[in-house]
Ligand binder design. Structure first.
Ligand SMILES: [Zn+2]
Length: 267
């Protein structure tokens, strides 16, 4: 088995996780910028985080033969402080030429607040001005459907944004059709406690097909499983899916989407 982990928060994981992922057939990991589990107090906290994502984490991953890429932004949870958001947005361009930066993400909404929407629009503008791809985080539970619609509206309102260069992540049964019908990519996040199980993800693949879809583990500082993607692949095999189709979902699809960045390639 070979696979790409397109969404993993590796700064929170141990070297054992890297070893397990490499052993399971992982070739590359992409790490979107996210909430650290606590609010950072200043723009300097973000500058250090961006240095960690662009300089230090790729070296740690390389020790296990894994390529490491990342996405940059201030996440929706900390975007409620619009002054902090402006400060962080102003330093992102300094990092966009780093060889492992794929684009702007994971941006989106958390509580669907006005400030979050304002900061989302600024991120979309930043991505458009710098010709960057976009990775979107959608809210949890009861806020997900409304938030997904709001996010798609913001993206569609900016005519510079090409939907095929945007992925809407954390889709579930009631939201997956929205991004796909609008020409975006959709990501399914495999999580033990919230979001989506492997069985539900495979149901969605069987219902909506395997084009413009990927699966990820989003492994972070909370309860999450770094091997969720290869485990879902085993589950697909158990259900009788062909090896070529499994390879498409867990390897070729992320490769196809991410290659549009001009930076992502499997060495
Ligand atoms: Zn994430």
């Amino acid at each position: 088995m070979r696979y790409i982990e397109p969404h993993g928060h590796m700064v929170s994981r141990t070297t054992d996780d890297y070893l397990d992922m490499a052993t399971a057939g992982c070739t590359a990991i992409c790490e979107p910028a996210f909430w650290a589990g606590f609010d950072r107090s200043s723009v300097d906290g973000f500058r250090d985080y961006f240095l960690q994502l662009t300089e230090h984490e790729p070296k740690r991953a390389a020790k296990f033969g894994l390529q490491h890429f990342c996405w940059l932004c201030i996440n929706p949870k900390e975007s409620e402080d619009t002054q902090l958001a402006d400060d962080v947005l102003s330093i992102i361009p300094e990092f966009l030429n780093s060889p492992n930066v794929l684009g702007i993400g994971e941006i989106g909404l958390n509580k669907n607040s006005r400030n979050e929407i304002k900061v989302l629009e600024k991120h979309v503008d930043l991505a458009a001005r710098h010709n960057q791809m976009i990775l979107v985080h959608t809210p949890h539970l009861e806020d997900k459907l409304k938030g997904t619609k709001l996010i798609i509206d913001v993206l569609k309102n900016d005519k510079r944004i090409k939907p095929e260069r945007v992925i809407i992540d954390h889709v579930e049964e009631h939201t997956i059709a929205l991004p796909l019908e609008a020409g975006f990519w959709a990501g399914m996040t495999l999580y033990p406690e919230s979001k989506c199980t492997a069985a539900r993800a495979i149901d969605m693949l069987e219902m909506y097909g395997t084009d413009r879809i990927w699966m990820n583990s989003a492994c972070d500082w909370g309860v999450s499983v770094p091997l969720a993607v290869p485990r879902a692949a085993l589950e697909m095999r158990k259900r009788g899916h062909h090896a070529d189709l499994i390879d498409k979902v867990i390897y070729q699809n992320p490769l196809k989407f991410l290659e549009q960045s001009g930076k992502f390639r499997i060495a």
